[in-house]
Design a protein around this ligand. Sequence first.
Ligand code: URP
Ligand code: ZN
Ligand code: ZN
Length: 457
Amino acid sequence: MDLVIKNGTIVTATESYQADIGVDGETIALIGRDLSGDEVIDANGLYVMPGGVDPHTHMELPFMGSVSADDFRTGTIAAACGGTTTIIDFAIQGAGQTLREALDIWLKKAEGKASIDYGMHVAIGAMDDERMAEMGDMVDIGVPSFKVFMAYKGSFMVDDETLFRSLLRAKEIGGLISVHAENGDVLNYLINKHVAEGKKEPIWHALSHPPETEAEATHRAVVLAGMTGAPLYVVHMTCADALEALKTGRAKGFKVYGETCPQYLMFSMEKYEEPGFEGAKYVMSPPLREKGNSEALWKGLASGDLQAVGTDHCPFNFVGQKDMGKDDFSKIPNGMPSVETRLPLIYHFGVNEGLFSINRFVELVATGPARLFGLLPRKGTIVIGADADLVIWDPDKEHRLTKENLHMNVDYSPYEDVTVKGYPALVLQRGQVIVKDNEFVGQVGAGRFLKRNPIHL
Ligand code: URP
Ligand code: ZN
Ligand code: ZN
C-alpha cells in the first residue's frame, strides 16, 4: 500500500465507522483495520470524509461587463483549501457558437490551471435541430448536464421552447437539465422601472427580483420537467415558495431536485441596506430574501426536500468590479465568493448546530452532487476503487473566515465576522496531499477533466 490513513473515523453519506484507508496509486485500495503502508497519515481524533463536490462554480466568467475574479488556478486552489476536490463549472454557449465550441473555450481556460479535478456543464444559449443533436455528442464525451437560464434577459436567458426541447432531448440521451429559475421578463420590467424611477441603491436589486418570480419560474420548470419525464435540477434556490413548487413536483413523482447555496442560508436581504455601498457585496441573482426563508432552506436540507449544496461561486472585487454599479444597482456584477467556505459553513451551522447529522452533511456537499451529476462512485464517496479524494477533517479546528484567512482571489470576505469550528486539516486528491494546514501544497494545473457518466435518475 502506498499510503495508509490510520485511526480516523470514516464518514460517508450513510455511515460513520473507525477504520484505516489504504491507497494504492490514485485510488482507495483497501478499507480495514491495522493496515500498513509506505507512508502513514495518523487521523486519530479526526474525520475522514470524501472530498467535496461543488456542482456550481463560475471561474473566469465573462458577465455583466466584467469577468469573475477567480480563474481556474486561484478558484480551484481556494476550493481545495476549503475541502472541495471536484468542481463542475459552466461553459456558456455564446451567440453563433456550437455547444462544442463553447465547451472548448472553457476547457482551454481550465487546462494547465485547474488544480483539482473538474467537470463541465454546457449552458444552452440557442436551440435548433443541430443543437438537439449536439446534446447527444456532449453526453458521449462526458458532459451529460446542461444549463438553461430563465433569467438575464438580453444575455443568457432563453425561452420556454428552448427549455422544453432541452428537457425532451435530455430524457432521450441520459442528460440532466439545470435551471436558473427566475422569470426573466418580469425581472427585466422591474429593473428598468426602478432604474427609471431613480431607485438605484443595492436594495432595489432585491426589490426588482421578488421571490414570486423565482417561485413562478421554478413551478414552470418543474411542470415542464414533469411533462417530459426528464430530470431537472434547480440551482441556487433561495425561498420557501420556490421550495414548495419543487416539493409539489416531487410529490407528483417528477424527478426534480434542488440546490441551495451557503449565502442563502447565512444571510437575509437586510444586507442590502448596510451603510454606504456595502450591500453590493451581496448582489447576486436570485437575491437574498426576507428572514424566514433561510430557515425553510435549512429545513429542506435536513428533510431531503433539497438534495445538494452548491456555491454558485462567482466573485467580483468590491473595488474595480462591484463599484461599476455605484450609481445604479443594475450595473453591479451579480455574484459572490463562496467556493472555499461551503464545507466549513454547512458543517458549522448545520452539523454543530444540530440541524442534521455529519452523514447528511457528506450527502449534501459530496455524495449527492456526485450522484446527481454522474460522478459516483469515482468521486463523492469512500469505497474501494474510488479516487482517493479525501478530506481529513478536524472537528475542533476553529477558523475565522476573514479575507486574510481565505484564498479566493477577491478583495473581501462576506464572512469577516464568522468563526467556524470544524475545518480541513489535510486534503488529498487522488492520493496526493494537496492542502496542509490551510496551505495549498499540490501542483498547479494537476486537476483533470472528468468525463462523467450519462445521468439516469
Ligand atoms: O448572481 C449570480 N448568481 N451570478 C452567477 C450567475 C448565475 O446566475 O448563476
Ligand atoms: Zn444563476
Ligand atoms: Zn451560477
